[in-house]
Write a protein that binds this ligand. Sequence first.
Ligand SMILES: Nc1ncnc2c1ncn2[C@@H]1O[C@H](COP(=O)(O)OP(=O)(O)OP(=O)(O)O)[C@@H](O)[C@H]1O
Ligand SMILES: [Mg+2]
Length: 504
Amino acid sequence: MLIPGIDAGNSRFKYAVADEAGNPKLITNRFGESFTPSAVFFTSDGSTIVGTEALNAGFAEPQRLVTNWKRAMGTDTALYIDDNGKEYFAMDILAILLADAKESIETKTDQVVNEAVITVPANYSDLQKQQTIDAASKVGIKAILLPHEPTAAALGNKLHDRNNCTALVYDLGGGTFDVTVVRSRGNVFTIIATGGDSNIGGRDFNDRISEKLLDEFEVKNSFRPQKDQDPIFYQEMTQRIEQLKISLSIQNQSQIVLSCQGKQLQMTITRQQFDSWVMDLAVKTMAKTNQVIKDKNLDISQIDEVYAVGGGAMMPIIIEQLEELTGKKVSRRCEPHVAAALGAVFAGRLEYKRKNEPYPNGDVVLPAPDYILHEILSHSVGVLVLDENGNDICNEILAKDTPVPSIQTKLFKLSEPDQMAVTIKILQGENGQDADSCQPLGHFELEGLPARPDMIGRIEVTFSLDNNGILTARARDNASGKTAEMEINYEISANSDANQVDAA
Ligand SMILES: Nc1ncnc2c1ncn2[C@@H]1O[C@H](COP(=O)(O)OP(=O)(O)OP(=O)(O)O)[C@@H](O)[C@H]1O
Ligand SMILES: [Mg+2]
């Protein structure tokens, strides 16, 4: 049995396993590729094709191809509807990609894979994490840990080996952007701040190029190709733009040729031009990076080392901006796009150490690593309460950056006399934030409360975070001893007629 690290990227899946000495090594997929494009093609006979072959099949029938799955996790957006009307959501696409990962890893290593460590963006919500676990479980993989991508990337760069070092990890992937500050002191490796923007990734840089090229195409040919009318053109353009962007990371200019309905565009794009098209995106990630540092009351001068990971960090403009922001040279201890997969293997070994169980690696058992990791919660979570003006607000129970795992209890009073039931609504949001602008995570009822005309007694609400940052909520009426637990129903609705609790 092997426990691979799977970096489940929006653009590409990367897999790693531990070698005999326990060091992570990247493994290629069964076609010998060092990564698998996160692409699923639905054939007309009801089967699926994954990876490069899916992209190739997509040239002929782009409407059967699904890419860019990640931003749709946790939403009710169907990414594909098959010929029988069956809808496929992001978690279904993830399950197909994970089944393929399992098959590739088992074929390449000749070992059984029943467990894996699967990376997730640092700012994934509880629901998105739960769906990741469910997708894995559907294809026979127990996700033993979901490390945050920048945490995994920090481990992949072996930052836990740096003694007395505070490091910034900037992670620009294909679909998401994460930033983390880590500190290693002796054998303790602590995540001290984390943040990001799940709506910025390499694909947005590609979109900028496509907008510009389509504008040029239109100026030159008095005709603008439309996605619904020229899907094959769009599929080809997507591939060529990807190649162009990668070329511009290496050389100062590159050529692109596009043709649609007998009309052509041939252009030479310089890196300077590209930089000017994407400057605001780069600046946005730098502002976020700065904010994560400042929110933690850190000064940039306290950052000893800076790491840029994820394929997006191959763009020279990113490195230039990051060096300008931090005043430090960007360091690299492994290839930027494989850091998270490598680190996921270290994270798996740490998880076995935490459980105090021997770590199985093929036919041998590896000793526990000699360091420990402290992860933190990336969002504040609380419950809906009424403020003194009767408005619905979030009352925070676990603050952002709380160490994981964690448990916290808070007391709340009833909102009216003789209240027989309380609805506990769990929100992802800041303390005092208007409930409508928070993300609802679920709700449950504490019922059968004794009538209390004087409203004496309190409702204890306890939030416990497991090792993956997944939340369980419990409520207890301390007058009657009645209890209830949250069964997350993930119903995205903030409205209910039941009574709320008031902050005590
Ligand atoms: N040499 C390069 N220059 C510029 N961009 C690159 C280069 N190599 C890869 N990329 C971009 O990096 C992105 C893929 O990187 P990576 O594999 O780290 O993302 P991912 O892990 O799939 O995505 P995410 O972390 O958002 O889930 C793509 O947008 C790709 O275009
Ligand atoms: Mg990634």
